[in-house]
Ligand binder design. Structure first.
Ligand code: UDX
Length: 452
Protein backbone atom coordinates (compact mmCIF):
# COMPACT_ATOMS: atom_id res chain seq x y z
CA UNK A 1 0.00 0.00 0.00
CA UNK A 2 1.20 3.49 -0.84
CA UNK A 3 0.78 6.55 1.32
CA UNK A 4 0.56 10.06 -0.11
CA UNK A 5 1.61 12.93 2.15
CA UNK A 6 0.10 16.25 1.07
CA UNK A 7 2.02 19.16 2.57
CA UNK A 8 5.72 18.70 3.34
CA UNK A 9 6.24 21.24 6.06
CA UNK A 10 7.38 20.18 9.48
CA UNK A 11 4.57 17.72 10.23
CA UNK A 12 4.29 16.32 6.69
CA UNK A 13 8.00 15.72 6.11
CA UNK A 14 8.39 14.07 9.51
CA UNK A 15 5.27 11.94 9.11
CA UNK A 16 6.33 10.79 5.64
CA UNK A 17 9.79 9.77 6.81
CA UNK A 18 8.41 7.98 9.85
CA UNK A 19 6.04 5.92 7.68
CA UNK A 20 8.91 5.17 5.28
CA UNK A 21 10.88 3.98 8.29
CA UNK A 22 7.98 1.78 9.37
CA UNK A 23 8.24 0.07 5.98
CA UNK A 24 5.55 1.80 3.89
CA UNK A 25 6.03 3.27 0.44
CA UNK A 26 5.53 6.99 0.67
CA UNK A 27 5.03 9.72 -1.92
CA UNK A 28 5.43 13.32 -0.83
CA UNK A 29 3.68 16.23 -2.54
CA UNK A 30 3.90 19.95 -1.85
CA UNK A 31 2.75 22.81 -4.09
CA UNK A 32 5.93 24.68 -3.20
CA UNK A 33 8.32 23.64 -6.00
CA UNK A 34 11.39 24.87 -4.16
CA UNK A 35 10.61 22.82 -1.05
CA UNK A 36 9.78 19.80 -3.16
CA UNK A 37 12.96 19.85 -5.20
CA UNK A 38 15.06 20.45 -2.07
CA UNK A 39 13.54 17.34 -0.49
CA UNK A 40 14.03 15.36 -3.71
CA UNK A 41 17.73 16.37 -3.57
CA UNK A 42 17.87 15.10 0.01
CA UNK A 43 17.85 18.48 1.69
CA UNK A 44 15.40 19.30 4.49
CA UNK A 45 13.85 22.78 4.41
CA UNK A 46 14.16 23.04 8.24
CA UNK A 47 16.38 21.66 10.96
CA UNK A 48 15.30 18.65 12.99
CA UNK A 49 17.81 16.36 14.71
CA UNK A 50 18.17 13.01 12.92
CA UNK A 51 15.68 13.75 10.17
CA UNK A 52 18.22 14.53 7.46
CA UNK A 53 19.72 11.08 7.94
CA UNK A 54 16.28 9.49 7.57
CA UNK A 55 15.72 11.47 4.37
CA UNK A 56 19.01 10.26 2.97
CA UNK A 57 18.38 6.69 4.10
CA UNK A 58 14.91 6.46 2.54
CA UNK A 59 15.95 8.31 -0.58
CA UNK A 60 18.31 5.34 -0.95
CA UNK A 61 15.85 2.60 0.07
CA UNK A 62 13.38 4.23 -2.35
CA UNK A 63 10.64 4.08 0.27
CA UNK A 64 10.07 7.82 -0.07
CA UNK A 65 9.93 9.85 -3.25
CA UNK A 66 8.64 13.30 -4.09
CA UNK A 67 6.44 14.42 -6.93
CA UNK A 68 4.79 17.54 -8.29
CA UNK A 69 2.23 15.46 -10.20
CA UNK A 70 -0.60 15.51 -7.69
CA UNK A 71 -3.18 13.90 -9.97
CA UNK A 72 -0.99 10.85 -10.56
CA UNK A 73 0.00 10.65 -6.88
CA UNK A 74 -3.65 10.68 -5.77
CA UNK A 75 -4.62 7.96 -8.19
CA UNK A 76 -1.63 5.82 -7.15
CA UNK A 77 -2.14 6.00 -3.36
CA UNK A 78 -4.84 4.33 -1.35
CA UNK A 79 -4.16 6.38 1.77
CA UNK A 80 -3.71 10.16 1.76
CA UNK A 81 -2.47 12.18 4.72
CA UNK A 82 -3.38 15.86 4.78
CA UNK A 83 -0.50 17.63 6.55
CA UNK A 84 -0.90 21.17 5.22
CA UNK A 85 -0.62 24.25 7.42
CA UNK A 86 -3.53 25.87 9.25
CA UNK A 87 -2.15 29.35 9.97
CA UNK A 88 -3.98 31.81 12.22
CA UNK A 89 -6.21 34.43 10.64
CA UNK A 90 -6.34 38.04 11.92
CA UNK A 91 -9.09 37.11 14.40
CA UNK A 92 -7.16 34.09 15.76
CA UNK A 93 -9.28 31.47 14.00
CA UNK A 94 -7.57 28.76 11.94
CA UNK A 95 -7.34 29.41 8.23
CA UNK A 96 -8.54 26.26 6.46
CA UNK A 97 -7.87 27.33 2.88
CA UNK A 98 -5.00 24.86 2.38
CA UNK A 99 -7.07 22.05 3.89
CA UNK A 100 -9.89 22.90 1.50
CA UNK A 101 -7.53 22.98 -1.50
CA UNK A 102 -6.16 19.56 -0.55
CA UNK A 103 -9.66 18.10 -0.11
CA UNK A 104 -10.88 19.52 -3.41
CA UNK A 105 -7.86 18.05 -5.24
CA UNK A 106 -8.50 14.65 -3.68
CA UNK A 107 -12.16 14.77 -4.72
CA UNK A 108 -11.33 15.92 -8.22
CA UNK A 109 -8.61 13.34 -8.96
CA UNK A 110 -9.68 10.20 -7.04
CA UNK A 111 -10.73 7.29 -9.22
CA UNK A 112 -11.24 4.64 -6.55
CA UNK A 113 -11.78 4.30 -2.76
CA UNK A 114 -9.54 6.49 -0.61
CA UNK A 115 -8.67 6.64 3.04
CA UNK A 116 -8.07 10.31 3.83
CA UNK A 117 -6.34 11.07 7.13
CA UNK A 118 -6.17 14.58 8.62
CA UNK A 119 -2.90 15.14 10.51
CA UNK A 120 -2.98 18.94 10.49
CA UNK A 121 -4.26 20.64 13.64
CA UNK A 122 -7.80 21.65 12.75
CA UNK A 123 -10.85 23.05 14.52
CA UNK A 124 -13.63 20.75 15.64
CA UNK A 125 -15.92 19.93 12.74
CA UNK A 126 -13.20 20.08 10.06
CA UNK A 127 -13.41 16.34 9.43
CA UNK A 128 -17.03 16.80 8.31
CA UNK A 129 -16.05 19.79 6.15
CA UNK A 130 -13.27 17.83 4.46
CA UNK A 131 -15.73 15.05 3.65
CA UNK A 132 -18.11 17.62 2.15
CA UNK A 133 -15.31 19.31 0.13
CA UNK A 134 -14.15 15.97 -1.27
CA UNK A 135 -17.69 14.88 -2.14
CA UNK A 136 -18.44 18.28 -3.67
CA UNK A 137 -15.43 18.08 -6.00
CA UNK A 138 -15.98 14.52 -7.21
CA UNK A 139 -17.00 14.22 -10.86
CA UNK A 140 -18.81 10.98 -9.94
CA UNK A 141 -19.70 9.32 -6.66
CA UNK A 142 -16.78 7.26 -5.28
CA UNK A 143 -16.66 6.16 -1.64
CA UNK A 144 -13.99 7.38 0.79
CA UNK A 145 -13.38 7.70 4.53
CA UNK A 146 -12.00 10.70 6.40
CA UNK A 147 -10.19 9.93 9.65
CA UNK A 148 -8.78 12.45 12.14
CA UNK A 149 -5.34 11.50 13.44
CA UNK A 150 -3.74 14.55 15.10
CA UNK A 151 0.00 14.96 15.55
CA UNK A 152 1.62 15.50 18.96
CA UNK A 153 5.32 15.71 18.14
CA UNK A 154 7.61 18.37 19.51
CA UNK A 155 10.11 20.24 17.38
CA UNK A 156 13.63 19.18 18.22
CA UNK A 157 12.30 15.81 19.47
CA UNK A 158 10.14 14.84 16.52
CA UNK A 159 11.71 11.48 15.71
CA UNK A 160 11.79 10.34 19.31
CA UNK A 161 8.18 11.43 19.77
CA UNK A 162 7.09 9.76 16.54
CA UNK A 163 8.58 6.39 17.51
CA UNK A 164 7.70 6.61 21.21
CA UNK A 165 4.33 8.36 21.29
CA UNK A 166 2.36 8.39 24.54
CA UNK A 167 -0.84 7.85 22.57
CA UNK A 168 -2.15 7.71 19.03
CA UNK A 169 -5.54 9.33 18.58
CA UNK A 170 -7.76 8.04 15.79
CA UNK A 171 -11.10 9.73 15.23
CA UNK A 172 -13.57 8.00 12.93
CA UNK A 173 -17.16 6.82 12.83
CA UNK A 174 -16.08 3.89 10.62
CA UNK A 175 -14.40 1.10 12.63
CA UNK A 176 -12.80 -0.40 9.50
CA UNK A 177 -11.24 2.95 8.51
CA UNK A 178 -9.94 3.41 12.07
CA UNK A 179 -8.44 -0.09 11.98
CA UNK A 180 -6.66 0.71 8.69
CA UNK A 181 -5.06 3.78 10.22
CA UNK A 182 -4.12 1.77 13.31
CA UNK A 183 -2.35 -0.76 11.07
CA UNK A 184 -0.18 1.98 9.55
CA UNK A 185 1.47 2.36 12.94
CA UNK A 186 2.47 -1.34 13.13
CA UNK A 187 5.49 -1.75 15.37
CA UNK A 188 4.72 1.25 17.57
CA UNK A 189 3.36 0.31 20.92
CA UNK A 190 1.28 2.83 22.84
CA UNK A 191 -2.34 3.34 23.85
CA UNK A 192 -4.66 3.88 20.87
CA UNK A 193 -7.47 6.33 21.53
CA UNK A 194 -10.33 5.40 19.22
CA UNK A 195 -12.96 8.11 19.24
CA UNK A 196 -15.20 10.29 17.13
CA UNK A 197 -13.57 12.75 14.70
CA UNK A 198 -14.75 15.72 16.76
CA UNK A 199 -13.25 14.21 19.91
CA UNK A 200 -9.93 13.63 18.15
CA UNK A 201 -9.87 17.20 16.89
CA UNK A 202 -10.59 18.57 20.35
CA UNK A 203 -8.05 16.29 22.10
CA UNK A 204 -5.29 17.98 20.09
CA UNK A 205 -6.32 21.54 20.93
CA UNK A 206 -7.20 20.66 24.51
CA UNK A 207 -3.79 19.05 25.09
CA UNK A 208 -1.82 21.98 23.71
CA UNK A 209 -3.97 24.47 25.61
CA UNK A 210 -3.54 22.53 28.85
CA UNK A 211 0.24 22.54 28.51
CA UNK A 212 0.15 26.25 27.71
CA UNK A 213 -1.99 26.86 30.81
CA UNK A 214 0.51 24.91 32.91
CA UNK A 215 3.37 27.10 31.66
CA UNK A 216 1.45 30.34 32.20
CA UNK A 217 0.44 29.16 35.68
CA UNK A 218 4.05 28.68 36.74
CA UNK A 219 5.05 31.94 35.02
CA UNK A 220 2.44 33.82 37.00
CA UNK A 221 3.62 32.12 40.19
CA UNK A 222 7.15 33.21 39.24
CA UNK A 223 5.97 36.81 39.34
CA UNK A 224 4.70 36.25 42.89
CA UNK A 225 7.96 34.48 43.80
CA UNK A 226 9.92 37.56 42.70
CA UNK A 227 7.99 39.60 45.27
CA UNK A 228 8.21 37.25 48.21
CA UNK A 229 11.75 35.91 47.91
CA UNK A 230 10.92 32.32 47.02
CA UNK A 231 12.55 30.43 44.15
CA UNK A 232 9.90 29.22 41.71
CA UNK A 233 12.10 26.25 40.75
CA UNK A 234 11.84 24.94 44.29
CA UNK A 235 8.09 25.46 44.22
CA UNK A 236 7.82 23.64 40.87
CA UNK A 237 10.01 20.79 42.13
CA UNK A 238 7.90 20.45 45.27
CA UNK A 239 4.64 20.59 43.32
CA UNK A 240 5.87 18.23 40.64
CA UNK A 241 6.47 15.38 43.08
CA UNK A 242 2.71 15.10 43.36
CA UNK A 243 2.01 12.69 40.51
CA UNK A 244 -1.37 14.34 39.98
CA UNK A 245 0.51 17.49 39.02
CA UNK A 246 3.77 16.19 37.52
CA UNK A 247 7.03 18.04 37.05
CA UNK A 248 6.94 18.67 33.31
CA UNK A 249 5.90 21.99 31.76
CA UNK A 250 6.36 23.76 35.08
CA UNK A 251 9.49 25.50 33.94
CA UNK A 252 9.11 29.25 34.39
CA UNK A 253 10.72 31.69 31.99
CA UNK A 254 9.99 34.16 29.22
CA UNK A 255 6.90 32.26 28.08
CA UNK A 256 6.01 29.84 25.33
CA UNK A 257 6.46 30.34 21.61
CA UNK A 258 6.61 28.17 18.52
CA UNK A 259 4.26 27.27 15.74
CA UNK A 260 1.74 25.47 17.94
CA UNK A 261 0.90 26.75 21.42
CA UNK A 262 0.27 30.44 20.62
CA UNK A 263 -1.68 29.65 17.44
CA UNK A 264 -3.62 26.72 18.87
CA UNK A 265 -4.78 28.44 22.05
CA UNK A 266 -6.01 31.40 20.03
CA UNK A 267 -7.88 29.08 17.68
CA UNK A 268 -9.43 27.28 20.66
CA UNK A 269 -10.44 30.56 22.30
CA UNK A 270 -12.01 31.60 19.01
CA UNK A 271 -13.85 28.28 18.67
CA UNK A 272 -15.31 28.63 22.16
CA UNK A 273 -16.58 32.14 21.36
CA UNK A 274 -18.05 30.92 18.12
CA UNK A 275 -20.03 28.34 20.06
CA UNK A 276 -21.25 30.92 22.55
CA UNK A 277 -19.01 30.00 25.47
CA UNK A 278 -15.70 31.15 26.96
CA UNK A 279 -12.53 29.35 27.98
CA UNK A 280 -11.58 31.84 30.67
CA UNK A 281 -8.54 29.96 31.91
CA UNK A 282 -7.10 29.55 28.42
CA UNK A 283 -7.72 33.24 27.70
CA UNK A 284 -5.83 34.20 30.85
CA UNK A 285 -2.98 31.82 29.98
CA UNK A 286 -2.71 33.63 26.67
CA UNK A 287 -2.70 36.99 28.43
CA UNK A 288 0.04 35.93 30.88
CA UNK A 289 2.12 34.74 27.98
CA UNK A 290 1.52 37.92 26.00
CA UNK A 291 2.90 40.00 28.88
CA UNK A 292 5.66 37.70 30.16
CA UNK A 293 8.51 39.15 28.11
CA UNK A 294 7.63 42.67 29.16
CA UNK A 295 7.42 41.47 32.76
CA UNK A 296 10.94 40.04 32.50
CA UNK A 297 12.42 43.16 30.90
CA UNK A 298 10.77 45.40 33.53
CA UNK A 299 12.07 43.11 36.28
CA UNK A 300 15.65 43.26 34.99
CA UNK A 301 15.80 46.89 33.90
CA UNK A 302 16.81 48.41 37.29
CA UNK A 303 19.82 46.07 37.51
CA UNK A 304 21.31 47.59 34.37
CA UNK A 305 20.19 51.14 35.20
CA UNK A 306 17.87 51.41 32.20
CA UNK A 307 18.36 49.78 28.79
CA UNK A 308 18.71 53.03 26.85
CA UNK A 309 21.94 53.01 24.81
CA UNK A 310 23.10 49.83 26.56
CA UNK A 311 24.46 46.93 24.55
CA UNK A 312 22.65 43.71 25.30
CA UNK A 313 23.74 40.29 24.08
CA UNK A 314 20.71 38.11 23.29
CA UNK A 315 21.62 34.43 23.25
CA UNK A 316 19.15 32.27 21.37
CA UNK A 317 16.77 33.39 18.62
CA UNK A 318 14.74 30.23 18.00
CA UNK A 319 11.71 29.58 20.23
CA UNK A 320 13.61 26.79 21.96
CA UNK A 321 16.74 24.70 21.55
CA UNK A 322 17.41 22.20 18.75
CA UNK A 323 15.31 24.00 16.16
CA UNK A 324 15.83 26.91 13.78
CA UNK A 325 12.16 27.85 14.04
CA UNK A 326 11.60 31.53 14.82
CA UNK A 327 7.81 31.43 14.77
CA UNK A 328 6.38 33.31 17.78
CA UNK A 329 9.79 33.15 19.39
CA UNK A 330 9.88 34.99 22.76
CA UNK A 331 13.43 35.94 21.83
CA UNK A 332 12.17 38.18 19.01
CA UNK A 333 9.70 39.75 21.45
CA UNK A 334 12.69 40.47 23.71
CA UNK A 335 14.57 42.16 20.86
CA UNK A 336 11.47 44.25 20.05
CA UNK A 337 11.15 45.29 23.70
CA UNK A 338 14.87 46.17 23.91
CA UNK A 339 14.60 48.29 20.76
CA UNK A 340 11.58 50.09 22.21
CA UNK A 341 13.83 50.94 25.15
CA UNK A 342 16.60 52.14 22.77
CA UNK A 343 19.13 49.42 23.49
CA UNK A 344 21.65 47.90 21.05
CA UNK A 345 21.35 44.16 20.50
CA UNK A 346 24.14 41.66 19.75
CA UNK A 347 22.41 38.40 18.95
CA UNK A 348 23.60 34.83 18.63
CA UNK A 349 21.97 31.54 17.75
CA UNK A 350 23.61 28.23 16.87
CA UNK A 351 21.23 27.77 13.89
CA UNK A 352 18.58 30.42 13.36
CA UNK A 353 19.21 33.57 11.35
CA UNK A 354 18.00 36.97 12.45
CA UNK A 355 15.05 38.13 10.29
CA UNK A 356 15.75 41.00 7.89
CA UNK A 357 13.25 43.30 9.61
CA UNK A 358 15.66 44.69 12.20
CA UNK A 359 17.74 47.82 11.64
CA UNK A 360 21.35 46.66 11.29
CA UNK A 361 22.57 49.73 13.14
CA UNK A 362 20.77 48.48 16.25
CA UNK A 363 20.65 44.68 15.96
CA UNK A 364 23.54 42.53 14.76
CA UNK A 365 23.93 38.79 14.66
CA UNK A 366 27.27 37.23 15.58
CA UNK A 367 28.57 33.82 14.55
CA UNK A 368 29.94 33.07 18.00
CA UNK A 369 28.75 33.56 21.56
CA UNK A 370 31.99 35.39 22.32
CA UNK A 371 31.29 37.84 19.50
CA UNK A 372 27.80 38.59 20.83
CA UNK A 373 29.07 39.04 24.38
CA UNK A 374 31.90 41.35 23.41
CA UNK A 375 31.67 44.63 25.33
CA UNK A 376 28.04 43.93 26.30
CA UNK A 377 26.46 45.58 29.32
CA UNK A 378 24.36 42.49 29.96
CA UNK A 379 23.44 39.17 28.42
CA UNK A 380 19.93 37.78 28.11
CA UNK A 381 19.53 34.02 27.76
CA UNK A 382 16.53 33.72 25.44
CA UNK A 383 16.60 30.06 24.36
CA UNK A 384 17.69 26.94 26.21
CA UNK A 385 20.47 25.77 23.89
CA UNK A 386 22.86 23.34 25.64
CA UNK A 387 25.88 25.36 24.53
CA UNK A 388 24.74 28.28 26.71
CA UNK A 389 24.27 26.03 29.73
CA UNK A 390 27.67 24.43 29.13
CA UNK A 391 29.56 27.65 28.30
CA UNK A 392 32.72 28.61 30.16
CA UNK A 393 31.15 31.57 31.95
CA UNK A 394 34.31 32.18 34.00
CA UNK A 395 36.21 32.88 30.79
CA UNK A 396 33.38 34.76 29.07
CA UNK A 397 33.18 37.31 31.86
CA UNK A 398 36.30 39.06 30.58
CA UNK A 399 34.62 39.70 27.21
CA UNK A 400 31.77 41.69 28.71
CA UNK A 401 31.71 45.33 29.63
CA UNK A 402 29.58 44.53 32.67
CA UNK A 403 29.04 40.97 33.94
CA UNK A 404 25.26 40.89 34.21
CA UNK A 405 23.25 37.82 33.22
CA UNK A 406 19.48 37.91 32.74
CA UNK A 407 18.44 34.30 32.46
CA UNK A 408 15.13 34.14 30.60
CA UNK A 409 15.12 30.35 30.69
CA UNK A 410 16.16 29.90 34.34
CA UNK A 411 18.73 27.40 33.13
CA UNK A 412 21.99 28.55 34.71
CA UNK A 413 23.09 28.27 38.32
CA UNK A 414 22.73 31.75 39.83
CA UNK A 415 24.73 30.74 42.86
CA UNK A 416 27.72 29.64 40.78
CA UNK A 417 27.57 32.67 38.52
CA UNK A 418 27.46 35.02 41.51
CA UNK A 419 30.54 33.24 42.85
CA UNK A 420 32.21 34.03 39.52
CA UNK A 421 31.40 37.70 40.03
CA UNK A 422 28.32 38.01 37.84
CA UNK A 423 25.16 39.76 38.76
CA UNK A 424 22.51 37.15 37.94
CA UNK A 425 18.76 37.50 37.51
CA UNK A 426 16.26 34.87 36.42
CA UNK A 427 12.47 34.95 36.48
CA UNK A 428 10.98 33.95 39.81
CA UNK A 429 14.40 32.65 40.85
CA UNK A 430 15.79 35.73 42.54
CA UNK A 431 15.35 34.61 46.13
CA UNK A 432 19.09 34.72 46.74
CA UNK A 433 19.32 38.32 45.65
CA UNK A 434 16.23 39.36 47.58
CA UNK A 435 16.71 37.78 50.98
CA UNK A 436 18.92 35.31 52.86
CA UNK A 437 18.15 31.65 53.18
CA UNK A 438 14.56 31.82 52.08
CA UNK A 439 14.81 29.01 49.63
CA UNK A 440 16.46 25.62 49.14
CA UNK A 441 20.21 25.68 49.55
CA UNK A 442 21.31 24.78 46.05
CA UNK A 443 19.86 25.03 42.57
CA UNK A 444 20.73 22.36 40.13
CA UNK A 445 20.34 23.57 36.56
CA UNK A 446 20.09 19.99 35.35
CA UNK A 447 16.96 19.58 37.44
CA UNK A 448 15.40 22.30 35.33
CA UNK A 449 16.20 20.47 32.15
CA UNK A 450 13.85 17.69 33.15
CA UNK A 451 11.05 19.79 31.69
CA UNK A 452 10.97 17.99 28.36
C1 UDX B 1 4.24 21.55 21.28
C2 UDX B 1 3.68 20.28 21.96
O1 UDX B 1 4.55 19.90 23.02
C3 UDX B 1 3.53 19.16 20.96
O2 UDX B 1 2.92 18.02 21.58
C4 UDX B 1 2.64 19.63 19.80
O3 UDX B 1 2.51 18.65 18.81
C5 UDX B 1 3.23 20.90 19.18
O4 UDX B 1 3.40 21.91 20.19
P1 UDX B 1 6.64 22.40 20.45
O5 UDX B 1 5.93 23.68 20.11
O6 UDX B 1 7.55 21.79 19.47
O7 UDX B 1 5.55 21.25 20.81
O8 UDX B 1 7.48 22.66 21.77
P2 UDX B 1 7.41 22.42 23.35
O9 UDX B 1 8.62 21.67 23.75
O10 UDX B 1 6.11 21.86 23.77
O11 UDX B 1 7.57 23.91 23.88
C6 UDX B 1 6.67 24.95 23.54
C7 UDX B 1 7.08 26.25 24.19
O12 UDX B 1 6.86 26.22 25.60
C8 UDX B 1 8.57 26.60 24.02
O13 UDX B 1 8.68 27.99 23.80
C9 UDX B 1 9.18 26.21 25.36
O14 UDX B 1 10.35 26.91 25.66
C10 UDX B 1 8.04 26.59 26.30
N1 UDX B 1 8.06 25.87 27.58
C11 UDX B 1 7.91 24.52 27.61
C12 UDX B 1 8.19 26.60 28.76
O15 UDX B 1 8.32 27.84 28.76
N2 UDX B 1 8.17 25.92 29.96
C13 UDX B 1 8.01 24.57 30.03
O16 UDX B 1 7.97 24.03 31.14
C14 UDX B 1 7.88 23.84 28.81
Amino acid sequence: MKILIMGLGYVGATTGLVFADLGWNVIGYDPNEERLSALARGSLPFYEPGLSDKLKEHGETGRIRFTSDLQKAISECETIFICVGTPAKEDGSADLQYIEQAAVSIGRYMQDDKLVVIKSTVPVGTNEKVAAWIAGAQPSNISFDVVSNPEFLREGRALYDAFHPERIVIGSHQPEAARKVQRLYKGISCPMVLCSPRTAELIKYASNAYLAVKISYINELARLCDRIGVDVRDVAAGMGLDSRIGRRFLHAGIGFGGSCFPKDIQALIHEAHRHGTKLTIVEQAHEVNRTQVRYAIDLWEPAIGGFENKTVAVLGLSFKKDTDDLRESPSLAIIDELLRRHAYVQAHDPLARLPEIYPRTRVKQFETMEGALYDADAVIIAADWDQYAGADWAKLKAKMHRPIIFDGKNMLSGRRLRELGYEYWGIGTNAESIGPDVSCSEHHPERMNSQV
